[in-house]
Write a protein that binds this ligand. Structure first.
Ligand code: SF4
Ligand code: SF4
Length: 146
């Protein structure tokens, strides 16, 4: 297939499948689909829009727009990622690569909750439930007659 516009370049080794680029693309040129265990991100081969949003949103610098190249022949880029299941309920949390990056950039002390449990591999719903249970327990303890 021959397309016009700037080539959309994706460094597969740097992409962590975070979907930030897909969520800001106004033209729907970056799409993704999630199943229980896998995320597929598809990047169009070229972009004819006057825009740099994907490159600006990417936390790893994995995506860039090349110089306009009329008649580029390309099929786009398809990347696959494994989704890490929540350790409590098994629902997908994020890609393995996203979690690895978060672990590398978030200070270790912040990766633990007040009871020293890691929370990064919990889904938002389980984190919320765990926090709610703890608050309820703390409330009960503080209301006990002394
Ligand atoms: S430059 Fe803009 S329109 Fe083009 S792929 Fe990136 S976000 Fe989408
Ligand atoms: S924002 Fe960057 S790291 Fe995230 S999916 Fe897009 S290209 Fe990959």
């Amino acid at each position: 297939m021959v397309q016009n516009g700037r080539p959309v370049r994706v460094n597969a080794g740097q992409c962590i499948g975070c979907r930030a680029c897909a969520s800001v693309c106004p033209a729907g040129l970056i799409t993704l689909s999630d199943t229980d265990h896998q995320r597929i991100v598809w990047f169009a081969a070229t972009c004819a829009e006057d825009c740099e949003r994907c490159a600006m949103a990417c936390p790893t610098g994995a995506i860039s727009l090349g110089e306009p190249a009329p008649g580029v022949s390309a099929e786009g880029t398809r990347l696959e990622f494994r989704l890490q299941p929540c350790r409590a309920c098994g629902c997908p949390v994020a890609t393995v690569e996203m979690l690895a990056r978060l672990r590398s950039v978030i200070p270790t002390a912040i990766q633990l909750d007040r009871e020293n449990n890691a929370w990064l591999d919990l889904c938002p719903s389980c984190r919320q439930q765990m926090e709610a249970r703890r608050i309820a327990q703390e409330g009960l303890v503080s209301r006990r007659p002394r």
